[in-house]
Design a protein around this ligand. Structure first.
Ligand code: C5P
Length: 241
């Protein structure tokens, strides 16, 4: 995209050949209670990271991948991508102390030719091409950011400790997942600023006035946080989806 062009300029069909993925895998994942970072927890005999890396590498919409690895785990991450023959991996950077810092470190290695950047959590292994396709579509219509989301099925309550303060209306509320997709220019602008406490990448783009939309997420894209999540993902892996 030419210098100075508005972030809302619709992408041409032909520009989809420069979609980069940032795969953030640098979290400690303390709630898993294992002796290694979450991305290297065993999922059906291989590191958790392998699942999303493999899927992104085989995704026809993705051209290049940058991985953010936990400090000290860059080498194993590179070896893993070699073992998987993940040829789209162009670099593996050291992650930061927060997710946003990990994204920023990876973004620095995203090529200037990138028009679209997908940011995905390695902690969500069950990525599908369908979700990626849904996330990419609105970017071609001029949106700056796209977030896969699910409706909230449970009743929501605001609490203080164990005391219920109020019941919160679910109207207009969704829970969001990754991969989140962005025009590269919009994401770079958002990450040039203050990264204090962003909940996700999209929130930074929203704060900068970017136009962000939601598309349908995928219940299988659940995030691994606890050993129970890992067991659930393991069982879903054996279920055709
Ligand atoms: O901690 P949580 O599971 O919410 O993190 C979401 C994703 O962000 C994970 O894939 C994790 O590896 C990544 N992350 C990161 N750098 C951090 C913290 C989290 O890359 N400092």
């Amino acid at each position: 995209m030419p210098e100075g062009t508005s972030a809302s300029t619709p992408l041409e069909e032909s520009t989809t050949d420069s979609t980069w993925a940032v795969l953030v895998a640098a979290g400690a994942g303390e709630r898993l209670g294992i002796d290694r970072p979450k991305a290297f927890a065993a999922l059906r005999g291989r590191p958790l990271l392998a699942e999303s890396l493999d899927r992104l590498d085989r995704c026809p919409w993705v051209d290049a991948i940058v991985v953010a690895a936990p400090p000290g785990w860059e080498e194993p991450a590179i070896l893993l991508s070699e073992e998987l023959a993940a040829g789209k991996v162009v670099s593996c950077v050291t992650g930061g102390t927060t997710r946003a810092e990990s994204v920023r470190n990876a973004l620095a290695d995203v090529g200037d030719e990138a028009l679209v950047v997908l940011v995905h959590d390695a902690a969500r292994p069950l990525l599908s091409d369908d979700v990626v396709e849904r996330v990419l579509a609105p970017l071609a219509e001029g949106y700056d950011g796209v977030v896969p989301a699910l409706s909230v099925p449970d009743t929501l309550k605001r609490v203080e400790g164990d005391r219920v303060l109020e019941t919160v209306s679910r109207d207009g509320l969704v829970s969001v997942q990754t991969p989140q997709g962005f025009l590269a220019s919009a994401l770079r602008r958002a990450f040039a600023g203050d990264l204090t406490d962003p909940t996700d990448c999209a929130s930074l783009v929203e704060q900068g006035g970017g136009r962000v939309v939601v598309v349908e997420g995928d219940p299988r894209l659940l995030k691994v946080t606890t050993p129970a999540d890992l067991a659930l993902v393991e069982s879903l892996l054996t279920t055709p989806g």
